[in-house]
Write a protein of this length. Structure first.
Length: 460
């Protein structure tokens, strides 16, 4: 499974971070039977209030927005992947590039939003700061949380790419030809970064190409760097399309194995790959989060235009004609969670788990109206108190999950584990402490019917 996962990630990264260009590489999978992927309906697009007021959103308990918000029945047709380029500096890592790849099945499109690392954002628990500091303060989880606060969109998965393998991958591909508008010269002795690229048409090896995509010491600063990165992606996209790339895949595989970290499962990665390579190149759009340069307390920032950015994230590409989308009809994205374990409980086991749980809060993370009340009735009949039901911040939870206060005693964690066992939630990533949780909380996801089928017999 590890090999399958890495292969899937390789193609997913090429498809998203390099613009979905590896149209021929799927032949390597040598699979005559495409993955069956169920269709899903059109997703909701809206502009949540936390986009304009992220500081208020960050203190909302358990990602809840309260009982008054009307839950709407909806199913997602997008999968959002956070892509982070990491640079090792003085024994640590910092984010040198941040992008959100939006795989849109309903619109048959892939959109990649680059976010300048100097963007001024609200980092939960830390106040206002540059977005790349979120990773320094709390790793990928805090960066992901910051991005959710910023956009109001869920971040389903992450892919971290370390720059140390970047030069070797470019060299394996035979270098890249790029026109440099003006000389790029910069020396950073502490970071061991030395850039000296003449103006004009250049054939760049891996080391030079890394300097090209990292250089930001001109009047445009980080904004100029983002534009160069997108230019590099477009050029590499054309290079990766060529059949000559196929013999080089084993060497690229070796480098990417060491360079990539992700929470994508093998099947999930392959579904994204299948989708990305099925859409034509004109259905792939790259853009940068709009804004302007500014400063606060003598620190320079990229001041985001949140309204414009929200509209860009929610925008759909113009409908394509049937000829353009030929061959994509059966390619959809629907990461249906694995069914929960339907094994029954005897009364003694139920009593043991109930005593550890005592009470829970329930949030609707699916969108179907009334499921919070339905779940509350089930748990109350079992003997578990439900003092609160409400709606999660968004309705895009693929799987039901559990959060609990991180500063509680051991009994709080034991209650969370008992609730997970009762609900059949086996994935450890779905049972996590959360500083915004005031008590043990169950967030109902798109697998709620499986959960109900497991729990409702306990009431009979």
């Amino acid at each position: 499974m590890r090999v399958l996962k890495i292969i899937g990630i390789i193609f997913m990264v090429i498809a998203s971070a390099v613009g979905g260009a590896a149209l021929r590489l799927m032949e390597l999978l040598n699979d005559p039977n495409p993955l069956p992927v169920p269709k899903v309906s059109e997703s909701r697009t809206e502009l949540p209030p936390q986009i304009l007021h992220p500081e208020s959103a960050s203190v909302t308990p358990e990602l809840a927005v309260g009982e008054s918000q009307k839950a709407e029945s909806t199913a997602r047709s997008t999968v959002n992947v956070l892509i982070v380029g990491l640079d090792n500096v003085e024994g640590g890592s910092r984010t040198d590039a941040i992008a959100l790849a939006i795989f849109d099945a309903q619109n048959k499109a892939l959109r990649i939003a680059s976010i300048p690392r100097d963007s001024r954002v609200y980092i939960p628990g830390r106040s206002w700061d540059k977005i790349n500091h979120a990773y320094v303060y709390g790793g990928i989880n805090l960066l992901r949380e910051t991005l959710v606060n910023l956009t109001g969109m869920p971040v389903d998965y992450f892919v971290k790419i370390n720059y140390k393998s970047f030069p070797r991958i470019v060299d394996i591909l035979g270098g890249v030809d790029i026109y440099v508008e003006k000389r790029m010269h910069y020396n950073d002795y502490s970071g061991k970064l030395f850039i000296n690229i003449p103006a004009g048409q250049q054939h760049m090896d891996g080391k030079t190409a890394l300097g090209y995509v990292r250089f930001r010491h001109d009047p445009l600063g980080d904004i100029g760097r983002v534009k160069r990165q997108q230019n590099f992606i477009n050029i590499m996209m054309e290079k990766v399309k060529t059949p000559a790339i196929l013999p080089k895949i084993p060497s690229i595989f070796t480098e990417l194995y060491e360079a990539i970290d992700t929470d994508l499962a093998p099947l999930e990665a392959l579904k994204l790959v299948q989708f990305a390579i099925s859409i034509p190149s004109d259905r792939i759009k790259m853009f940068m989060a709009p804004g302007r340069t500014g400063s606060s307390k003598n620190i320079s920032y990229w001041i985001l235009d949140n309204n414009a950015f929200s509209l860009q994230l929610a925008a759909k590409l113009p409908p394509a004609d049937s000829a353009t989308l030929e061959g994509t009809e059966n390619v959809e994205l629907d990461f249906t969670p694995e069914p929960v374990n339907m094994s029954g409980f005897d009364s003694e086991k139920i009593a043991e788990l109930r005593d550890k749980i005592m009470s829970i809060r329930i949030l609707n993370g699916d969108g179907e109206k009334g499921i919070g009340k339905r779940a509350a009735q089930i748990f109350q009949r079992i003997g578990i108190e439900v003092p609160y039901t409400g709606n999660a911040r968004h309705y895009d939870y693929r799987a039901s999950s559990i959060i609990y206060p991180p500063d509680g005693d051991e009994s709080v964690r034991e209650g969370a584990m008992a609730l997970a066992e009762l609900c059949g939630i086996k994935n450890e990533r779905l049972v996590q402490p959360d500083k915004r949780a005031t008590s043990l909380t169950l967030i109902l996801g798109h697998d709620k019917e499986e959960l109900f089928r497991r729990l409702e017999p306990l009431n009979s």
